[in-house]
Design a binder for this molecule. Structure first.
Ligand code: PGA
Length: 259
């Protein structure tokens, strides 16, 4: 696991964008696993800038998003479909037909339909050749995607019940009204994430320090789903000094290559 500590959030975003753009220049038909949340926003802004100013090409790229809330249509401003189109897809030249975001338009009682959809999503990832680079944020509780504490380390794409912590963290996007915050989501599993060729986890801010400590310097446990990245061959964590503030070890300052 390569841990890179940068001064602040902006530097984290730039370094992570550099890793993604290096991969795209090396393999223009990369399969990217993408994440939502506040953390990757500036990374996406940097990729958009590179597309506009430096000719970074997404025309052969395929994307798979990690997760989506159940019950929110793609037009809902808090759906992850909407987030991805607004903050990345509509600004770059990725072909619409290569974009994949789990569908949240299912009824939680339709278990078979949800299971079939989740199997289909996994099959699509395999059909396109597997994810080359999976981008991850991390929850203050150590979740990745919506794999909440207690998620099996071998889990695949499935429906998950969101923890109260996560719902409270995300209520800021729903007028702080817990009744509006979805209770369920479809998420790639930890096993799905670990199948990616490269994992790129980004974190910034003091509120992530405990989760980063538990991810990097504590035993692997399903109670901290992000700690599973310790098992991955090519996991890169890029964190700012605040998120790294509880780490005891000495870490790197930049990513030299993707190996
Ligand atoms: P954040 O979310 O980037 O908005 O902090 C990360 C996550 O919950 O995975």
């Amino acid at each position: 696991m390569l841990v890179v500590v940068k001064k602040n959030h902006d530097e984290v975003s730039r370094e992570a964008a550099r890793v993604v753009s290096n991969m795209l220049r090396e393999k223009p038909s990369s399969i990217l696993g993408l994440a939502t949340g506040t953390t990757p926003l500036d990374l996406y802004n940097e990729l958009i800038r590179m597309y506009k100013e430096e000719g970074l090409d997404f025309s052969k790229v395929t994307t798979f998003n990690l997760d989506e809330y159940i019950g929110l249509p793609p037009s809902h401003p808090e759906s992850y479909h909407y987030f991805m189109y607004e903050n990345l897809f509509k600004h770059i030249n990725v072909p619409e037909r290569f974009i994949h975001v789990p569908s949240g338009m299912v009824d939680v009682s339709e278990v078979h339909r949800i299971n079939r959809f989740c199997e289909w999503y996994e099959e699509q990832i395999v059909r396109f050749g597997g994810i080359d680079l999976q981008l991850l944020g991390i929850g203050a509780n150590g979740h990745i995607g919506f794999n909440e504490p207690g998620s099996s380390l071998g889990s695949r794409t499935r429906i998950k019940t969101l923890s109260e912590n996560t719902r409270k963290d995300n209520s800021r996007f729903f007028d702080n009204d817990m009744d509006q915050v979805p209770k369920y989501a479809i998420t790639m599993g930890i096993g799905t994430i670990l199948d990616s060729k490269v994992i790129l986890l980004v974190a910034s801010g003091k509120n992530k320090a405990k989760a980063i400590k538990a991810t990097v310097e504590a035993p692997i446990t399903s109670q901290v789903p992000a700690s599973a990245v310790q098992m991955h061959k090519r996991a890169i964590l890029i964190v700012d000094e605040d998120a790294a503030s509880q780490l005891d070890g000495t870490y790197d300052e930049f990513v030299t290559n993707l190996e």
